[in-house]
Design a protein around this ligand. Structure first.
Ligand code: TTP
Length: 220
């Protein structure tokens, strides 16, 4: 599935990491560099699907709404993957891969998503992977400690996430680690560039600079 970037196809970089790891901050920085296209996470769509706040419904009643939510996440991320762009680099906030391998995986393990629901999402996912242009050339993994992101989540106080327990964040962290760092969960369909995203988001410039030197400048 992984294809070498070519002149007619931008290099696609998906930014991943736990909830609160700083994906949006990283992408805001990258956008300022110019000559890149950034597709930010469709969070606002998840909060307003024909008037329904699916993110809120997910956290209020995961048994009832996780299938609804993850179905819509998969659609909106597919839309991001397949949007046209004319720059050499395009950045995606998350990908259909983390939605499936981290979040759907967690819901499956916890028995929150019913087995038939999981199967439907998985069949859709496999079809998308096979038939749609969702190739990723590089994952950027914003690696954090769960304690650090939990503090950030409490601090930013997003209404829907107010009741997220630490255990959930810790377990999502372990799944991200298994997938992107230890590479022992499912497949990792592109190389991974890891950034230490524990440092204060206001002082993370050095880590970002390392990414620019080692990835962007080398591929220009
Ligand atoms: P994230 O995709 O982790 O985005 P974020 O805003 O926390 O990113 P950052 O702080 O690093 O910039 O999660 C957004 C919300 O959506 C969060 O509550 C988790 C939820 N979510 C799921 O429940 N399932 C999914 O498949 C995805 C992608 C997100």
């Amino acid at each position: 599935m992984r294809r070498a970037p070519s002149l007619d196809r931008p290099c696609t970089i998906a930014v991943e990491g736990n909830i609160g790891s700083g994906k949006s901050t990283f992408l805001r920085h990258i956008e300022k560099l110019g000559n890149v296209t950034v597709f930010s996470e469709p969070l606002e769509k998840w909060r307003n699907c024909q008037g329904h706040n699916l993110l809120d419904l997910l956290y209020q009643d995961p048994q009832r709404y996780s299938f609804t939510f993850q179905s819509y996440v998969q659609l909106t991320l597919l839309q991001a993957h397949t949007q046209k762009c004319s720059t050499k680099f395009r950045f995606l906030e998350r990908s259909i891969f983390s939605a499936r391998y981290c979040f759907v995986e967690k819901l499956r393990r916890d028995g929150i998503m019913a087995s038939p629901e999981y199967s439907v999402i998985d069949e859709w996912f496999k079809w998308i992977k096979q038939e749609q242009a969702v190739g990723v050339d590089l994952f950027v993994y914003l690696r954090t400690d769960p304690e650090v992101v939990y503090e950030r989540i409490l601090k930013r106080d997003r209404a829907e996430e107010r009741k997220v327990p630490f255990e959930y964040i810790k377990s999502l962290h372990e799944i991200h680690e298994d997938w992107l760092y230890h590479k022992r969960l499912y497949e990792c369909p592109a190389p991974v560039f890891t950034i230490d995203a524990n440092v204060d988001l206001g002082m993370i410039g050095d880590e970002y600079g390392r990414f620019e030197d080692q990835v962007l400048k080398k591929r220009v």
